[in-house]
Design a protein around this ligand. Structure first.
Ligand code: URA
Length: 210
């Protein structure tokens, strides 16, 4: 069964998303905001992670308390804009591993080609958070999810700031088991496959390359 898209509606997050969208927001502020939004998202997207009880000692007495159970998390940023979300999530979950997959679209076949991959050995045991600020056509997301499934990854989540209805449908049709988290679903794509109204080219805005 297809999982419902989770839309983050926290007021703080929505406020920051508005600042991210504004064209006059420069790269420094844009980067900081993307990082802050990613931290806020991490709080919400990890709320069903399993816990285990451990015995500890406070300065006062022994007690039982909870820690995250098992191998926990791998963050998979999609290059290049996904890199802007990694530190925000690591600030909240410092024990998370970061896996990398590099993909480009072959101009002749239009197929996504994997040119780089570095995953932790235990990737199949981890909760996976693929991060990319935009879910536009869904092409890169689908190729990344496939790359992870090829390595036996099971619990896969896709986290973005803005999604298009086209991107959501494409991912859900291919991989109904993948949970999508987003802060906004915009009306659609323009003729260049940019999300509209969106916030433009996320990589250029993050890294000042325009
Ligand atoms: N990638 C971007 O950076 N922006 C979009 O709107 C779509 C894809």
């Amino acid at each position: 069964m297809t999982k419902d898209v989770f839309v983050f509606d926290h007021p703080l997050l929505q406020h920051k998303l508005t600042m991210i969208r504004k064209k006059e927001t420069g790269s420094k502020e844009f980067r900081e905001l993307v990082q802050e939004v990613s931290s806020l998202m991490a709080y919400e997207m990890t709320k069903s992670l399993p816990l285990e009880e451990v015995e500890i000692e406070t300065p006062i007495t022994k007690t039982k308390s909870f820690v995250l159970s098992g191998k926990t998390i791998a963050i998979v940023p999609l290059m290049r804009a996904g890199l802007g979300m990694v530190n925000g999530i690591l600030n909240m979950i410092p024990v998370a591993k970061v896996a990398h997959v590099g993909l480009y679209r072959d101009p002749d076949t239009l197929e996504a080609v994997e040119y780089y991959a570095k995953f932790p050995k235990d990737i199949s045991e981890r909760e996976i958070f693929i991060v990319d600020p935009m879910l536009a056509t869904g092409g890169t997301a689908i190729a990344a999810i496939q790359a992870l499934k090829n390595r036996e990854a099971k619990n896969i989540n896709f986290i973005c700031l803005i999604a298009s209805p086209e991107g959501i449908s494409a991912v859900q049709n291919e991989f109904p088991d993948v949970q999508i988290f987003t802060a906004a679903i915009d009306p659609g794509l323009n003729e260049k496959s940019y999300i509209t109204p969106g916030f433009g080219d996320a990589g250029d805005r993050l890294f000042g390359t325009k």
